[in-house]
Design a protein around this ligand. Structure first.
Ligand SMILES: Nc1nc2c(ncn2[C@@H]2O[C@H](COP(=O)(O)OP(=O)(O)OP(=O)(O)O)[C@@H](O)[C@H]2O)c(=O)[nH]1
Length: 442
């Protein structure tokens, strides 16, 4: 029978080890723990080992050479398989590095060789309530990216994903999990705690959320919950749901012009390149925002345009985003990057622009037609093909209309549409997997 596994994520110092120690003390089950730390000294492994009274003496295995989610994917599989062959235990907990992405780790237990002896039960992310509140819920975001606001964009190559902004990784851990443990609740007021929970519910509508002090939880909450579902976890992020709902709304209303009162006026704006509207004339009066939880001033919205951003104006906006913006993510079309589909990801203080693919419109005619046949719901513009900007925006006490207007000001004007786009100053990345990070100073 396969051994159930819980993967424990969370930023450095959130309380993963504390939670794990409390768990090991409160259950009689034979639990093996795999600890992964970035850095050569594995303090956590020592700590957990000491606390568990060395029940088997070899319960804790440490991977010390880096982050399991990137370079050590193979090593993770090898280690857990070796552990399974050499030891007798009922349950495995993997404490992931504080900077790890959970999805590749989870995939090791689903599609990788470790999927044989193991069965992934749940991905649990521990959040430090105090730090999360200060970073994402307080007005006046803290620059945690270590990049001064007026620094030029930081460039990263495709193999340096480990240097992504902390906030971005943190939110990925929140967005891909089954259980969110909001720890250190002794360090926040009740209102702050509720605000943190409200934001987390918006960022990750699927996960169960529990609040704790010193990781004190019933073992049942963590073990054999049967919560994990790879497809559901991969699709559960609040930003993804917003974008999908928006695209569905749009397609629905394009099919039949039946106004269900839930339509976004923005979505039908065609970028103006075939009309005389002008890029900046856009009526927000009947704007309706999508699916907001309507609590604690948290709002989810989408922004969709079929006209490219001016790279300089867009960069200037990214360096000056409003403090109430918690999360923004989606694809952008940036003038001068006409092949590159660029993913924008903003989390609390810094934005990463990364080339994550190519516009289908930039492929050879033959391949373009193949892709179009395979995706019959792909929305296509006669002139620009699939190029478009489609972003999910999650904010708190934020005027979405103002943000839309500021984004619209970054779009090319009619005159700029006719200019040579390659002459624009352009900090956006060019190669597949390449990224730049722009820190916001508000
Ligand atoms: N005030 C308070 N402190 C806590 C709580 N939980 C953990 N701590 C403390 O926070 C610090 C970090 O906790 P750890 O459990 O080591 O955090 P971690 O997530 O394992 O950290 P890394 O291994 O560095 O990723 C320790 O000093 C804990 O005692 C809590 O609920 N409240």
């Amino acid at each position: 029978m396969s051994v159930p596994v819980t993967v424990l994520c969370g930023e450095l110092g959130a309380g993963k080890t504390t939670l794990l120690s409390a768990l090991l003390e409160s259950t009689d089950r034979e639990i093996a723990v795999l600890v992964n730390d970035v850095g050569s000294v594995n303090v956590d492994a020592d700590l957990v080992e000491a606390r568990t009274d060395l029940r088997t003496g070899e319960e804790v295995v440490a991977l010390e050479n880096g982050c399991i989610c990137c370079s050590l994917g193979g090593e993770l599989s090898r280690s857990v398989i070796q552990l399974w062959k050499e030891h007798d235990f009922e349950y495995l907990v993997v404490e992931a590095s504080g900077v790890g992405e959970p999805e590749p780790i989870a995939r090791q237990f689903v599609r990788g060789p470790a999927g044989g002896p193991y069965d992934l039960d749940a991905v649990v992310t521990v959040v430090d309530a105090r730090r999360f509140h200060d970073r994402f819920a307080a007005t006046g975001a803290i620059d945690d990216a270590g990049v001064a606001a007026d620094d030029p964009p930081e460039r990263q190559g495709p193999d340096e994903t480990g240097s992504r902004p902390l906030g971005d990784l943190l939110l990925e851990q929140v967005e891909f999990c089954d259980l969110l443990v909001v720890n250190k609740c002794d360090l926040v007021s009740e209102t702050e705690r509720e605000r943190v929970v409200g934001i987390l519910e918006t960022l990750q509508p699927r996960a169960e959320i529990v609040t704790t002090e010193y990781g004190s939880l019933e073992p049942d909450a963590l073990l054999e919950s049967g919560r994990f579902d790879l497809e559901a976890a991969a699709e559960s992020a609040g930003w993804k749901r917003a974008i999908e709902a928006d695209a569905d709304d749009r397609e629905g209303s394009e099919r039949d012009h039946d106004d269900d009162g839930h339509d976004h006026e923005h979505d039908h704006w065609d970028g103006g390149h075939e009309s005389d509207d002008g890029a900046n004339e856009h009526d927000h009066s009947d704007h309706e925002h999508a699916h907001p939880p309507e609590r604690y001033g948290i709002e989810v919205d989408t922004y969709h345009r079929r006209r490219p951003f001016h790279p300089e104006r867009f960069e200037a906006l990214l360096a000056d985003l409003p403090a109430g913006l918690v999360r923004a993510k989606g694809l952008c079309w940036i003038a001068g990057r006409d092949r590159q589909a660029i993913t924008m990801s903003y989390a609390g203080s810094a934005t990463t622009l990364e080339v994550t693919g190519r516009w289908i419109a930039s492929l050879s005619e033959e391949r373009r037609e193949q892709y179009r046949r395979a995706q019959d719901d792909l929305s296509w513009d006669e002139e620009w093909g699939d190029r478009e900007t489609r972003l999910a925006l999650i904010g708190r006490d934020l005027s979405m209309d103002d943000l839309h207007a500021r984004l619209d000001d970054c779009l090319l004007t009619d005159a700029e549409m006719d200019a040579d786009w390659s002459t624009f100053e352009n900090a956006a990345p060019t190669g597949m997997g390449e990224s730049v990070t722009i820190s916001s100073d508000e």
